[in-house]
Design a protein around this ligand. Structure first.
Ligand code: SDX
Length: 434
């Protein structure tokens, strides 16, 4: 059976054979090269056909082997490994190696990788002046985005992105310094001195150290919270061609340094429809305030008056597997921090929504942002830090997507077309005739 489409243009009666591209799963994500449609013309003057797809709801922008999501079955895998297995058995740094290199590391590879990350956690002292210049109530995500972009100015080699060793150094630096920048932004907002990295701690443990260390000589992270944060980082590390990964690829396609590309991806992540949803979920749950007020909010969501934040997903039409893991992990965190009462509102909201025709018919399930914020708040993070906590691990996914694009033989600068619907040519009108 030929793997082609035969297209008949009814305007001319002509037929066209278009090849079908296949991915790992022929039943999932086969595609036709859009450029093949340009041959479909009514005459030689005709430009040919484009595809029209606002929001890219049905457009594959690239080939990728980093993550795989089966939205109907609620499956997420990084380089083929189910997210449940990685959350239960791995660490964020090991998962970061997997996502960036394509294979789980050997013991010596993991040790070398961990040393490289650990020894790149410090920031140039001048960055403290840069961060210190923000207003006391600046949003930490705004501070992180601008600081990441500025960080590239300290590393002139960063622009030489086809130099393998330079590229590797920048990947070490960005993976290692995101927690430091995030912690410094948090400390600036809290009016506290910056706490330096402690290279004797794990990736998550050191992050907690830089966030919460006070006058003690050596900060000792609570092992339960350190593990919970590590799992949260694993769950947020990559997720196919989401809005921020697409931003990373689009900006990265003009070949700037990776710092400004990561900053642009973080900017896309900040929006309340994407990674900013975890902050919006907390504000929504606080506004609901009690279980008895839920039905009124469900009605408002169904009337289109507002979005039930933390619900729905472009790809998942089943329960987001990450949300399921977080829902089950929350009680372990509450054992240490005390229960966050918002969890009861969240669970009741989920129960009611999943029985309601409006949500069921639209396959709207809780996504990763629905429970993450409740855990973050219980751990002592202010709501404004939630998108920052998403950006830290997702930096690894953005870098993996970025380097995959650079190494792709099909790589070209991102420059979409449009369907022009504006005015035909017209002459300039002097003021007195307008
Ligand atoms: C993330 O892409 C990723 O992978 C992202 C992410 C990642 O790891 O990178 O998974 C992280 O961003 C998770 C999503 C976080 N965002 C939110 O929780 C915000 C609330 N959710 C939405 O706004 C929405 O569901 C999106 C943005 C997530 C998806 O939007 P789509 O795919 O464009 O869907 P849509 O807006 O076209 O909605 C389809 C229908 C509409 O109803 P009708 O017009 O058909 O009547 O569902 C309705 C929407 O009104 N709908 C909702 C809803 N989400 C969709 N109605 C109420 N509440 C919601 N949350």
């Amino acid at each position: 059976m030929p793997e082609t489409l035969t297209i008949t243009d009814n305007r001319t009666g002509k037929t066209y054979e278009v090849p079908i591209m296949k991915g790992t799963y022929p039943k999932y994500g086969s595609a036709i090269p859009a450029i093949a449609l340009r041959d479909i013309k009514v005459d030689d003057e005709d430009f040919g056909l484009l595809t029209y797809d606002p929001g890219f709801t049905n457009t594959a922008s690239c080939k990728s082997s980093v993550s795989f999501i089966d939205g109907e079955r609620g499956i997420l895998r990084y380089r083929g490994y189910p997210i449940q297995d990685l959350a239960a058995n791995s660490t964020f740094l090991e998962v970061a190696y997997l996502i960036l290199h394509g294979e789980l590391p050997s013991e010596s590879q993991l040790s070398e990788w961990t040393n490289n990350i650990t020894n790149h956690t410090m920031l140039h002292e001048n960055m403290k002046k840069f961060l210190g210049g923000f207003h006391h109530d600046a949003h930490p995500m705004g501070m992180v985005i601008s600081t990441v972009a500025a960080l590239g100015t300290f590393y002139p080699g960063a622009r030489d992105i086809y130099n393998e060793s330079d590229r590797r150094e920048q990947i070490y630096r960005l993976t290692a310094k995101m927690p430091t920048i995030a912690a410094y932004a948090f400390r600036h907002s809290a009016g506290l001195h910056f706490a330096y990295p402690d290279n004797n701690l794990s990736y998550a443990g050191n992050f907690l150290n830089m966030l919460f260390k006070m006058t003690e000589l050596n900060y000792k992270p609570d092992p339960v919270l350190e593990h919970a944060l590590d799992v949260l980082f694993i769950l947020h590390a990559d997720h196919e061609q989401n809005c921020s990964a697409s931003a990373m690829r689009a900006v990265g396609s003009s070949l700037p340094d990776p710092y400004v590309s990561v900053a642009s991806a973080a900017a896309a992540l900040w929006g309340p429809l994407h990674g900013g949803a975890n902050e919006a979920v907390l504000r929504m749950l606080r506004e609901i305030g009690s279980v008895d007020k839920i039905p009124a909010y469900i009605d408002r969501a169904k009337s289109g008056e507002f979005r039930l934040m933390g619900f729905g997903h472009r790809v998942y039409k089943n329960y987001d597997p990450r949300a399921k893991i977080l829902r089950e992990m929350a009680p372990q965190v509450f054992e240490i921090t005390g229960k966050n009462p918002l969890i009861d509102i969240a669970k009741e909201l989920e129960r009611i929504a999943l029985e309601d025709e409006y949500f069921v018919s639209r396959k709207l399930y809780p996504n990763v942002d629905f429970y993450s914020g409740i855990i973050y708040e219980a751990m002592g993070f202010p709501v404004a830090m939630f998108p920052v906590l998403f950006a830290i691990p997702r930096t690894v996914g953005w870098l993996a997507q970025w380097q995959e694009q650079l190494d792709d033989p099909d790589f070209r600068i991102a420059r979409p077309r449009q369907v022009y619907t504006g005015e035909d040519e017209r002459s300039y009108k002097p003021m007195n005739s307008r």
